[in-house]
Every structure is written in structure tokens, then in C-alpha cells.
Design a protein around this ligand. Structure first.
Ligand SMILES: [Zn+2]
Length: 64
């Protein structure tokens, strides 16, 4: 299971079934998308658009 904080979604695009994912704070995006027509429920995020914090460990495109 995946939980989001401060993530917003666009309305579903009728033709494609896609919802675009953006920052709920500043509306920057798209950060990824959710395909409402896909068999599995998944949220695809562009890895170079996000960072991930676990305690003092920070992973982003700037740290190799
Ligand atoms: Zn933001």
C-alpha cells in the first residue's frame, strides 16, 4: 500500500482514462499519472520529479 501526502490528481481524461498527479500545495506537475483503466491499481511517478525521506536518509536525483 502506498500513502501520499500533499498529492493532487487531475480530473480523469475521458479519452485515455488517465489522471495526472501533481503537488497539492503548489500544483507543480505532472509528477506522474494513474491509469484508471489499468487492471492493477498503480500510480506511476517520474523518479526525477520526486525525493523520498526516511529519517535522515534522503534519496533524490541529486544524490548518487
Ligand atoms: Zn509543491
Amino acid at each position: 500500500m502506498m500513502a501520499f501526502e500533499n498529492i493532487g490528481f487531475s480530473k480523469t481524461i475521458e479519452e485515455t482514462g488517465l489522471k495526472y498527479i501533481c503537488c497539492a500545495d503548489c500544483n507543480v506537475g505532472p509528477l506522474g499519472y494513474h491509469d484508471t483503466k489499468a487492471q492493477e491499481k498503480e500510480y506511476l511517478i517520474a523518479v526525477n520529479r520526486v525525493s523520498y525521506d526516511v529519517g535522515s536518509l534522503k534519496i533524490s536525483e541529486n544524490i548518487v
